[in-house]
Design a binder for this molecule. Structure first.
Ligand SMILES: [Zn+2]
Length: 142
């Protein structure tokens, strides 16, 4: 199985576990980390709607927790091929220095895919001179 198909399968499995009792909009995300591992997430809604976390950010949390800090590819599965929200686009941009090389593929329930480089989904992403390689020195074990 190709790495892309593995990502699709992983995203679909994550989508099946989405907690979306309010919107019923199930989202699954799979991220290929720079370490070659696949990290997944589903959306996790909350009765206090603003506390809802998107599938993409859950997957990023899984990746960072595992010790990986760079993304190579992203697959998002929804019923209608929805694209990552703005907050997730910025969160994904945090974990690459080459957004033009990170392909984001969005699939609908029929498996139809649309793809973009992350740089097209979020042109001119916010960046700071305090980049990820210039971490504060007060972070333990870093
Ligand atoms: Zn989002």
């Amino acid at each position: 199985m190709s790495s892309f198909n593995k990502l699709v399968e992983a995203a679909q499995a994550a989508q099946s576990r989405a907690y979306a009792p309010y919107s019923h909009y199930l989202v699954g995300a799979a991220i290929l980390g720079a370490d070659g591992q696949i990290y997944t997430g589903c959306n996790v809604e909350n009765v206090s709607y603003g506390l809802t976390v998107c599938a993409e950010r859950v997957a990023i949390g899984q990746m960072v927790t595992a010790g990986c800090r760079a993304i190579k590819e992203v697959v998002v599965v929804t019923r209608d091929g929805g694209t990552p929200c703005g907050m997730c686009r910025q969160t994904l941009a945090e974990f690459t220095s080459m957004p033009e090389q990170v392909v984001v593929t969005c699939l609908n329930a029929e498996g139809e895919a649309k793809r973009w480089p992350l740089s097209a989904l979020l042109p001119e992403a916010f960046r700071s001179e305090v980049g990820p390689n210039l971490r504060p020195t007060n972070i333990p074990n870093d």
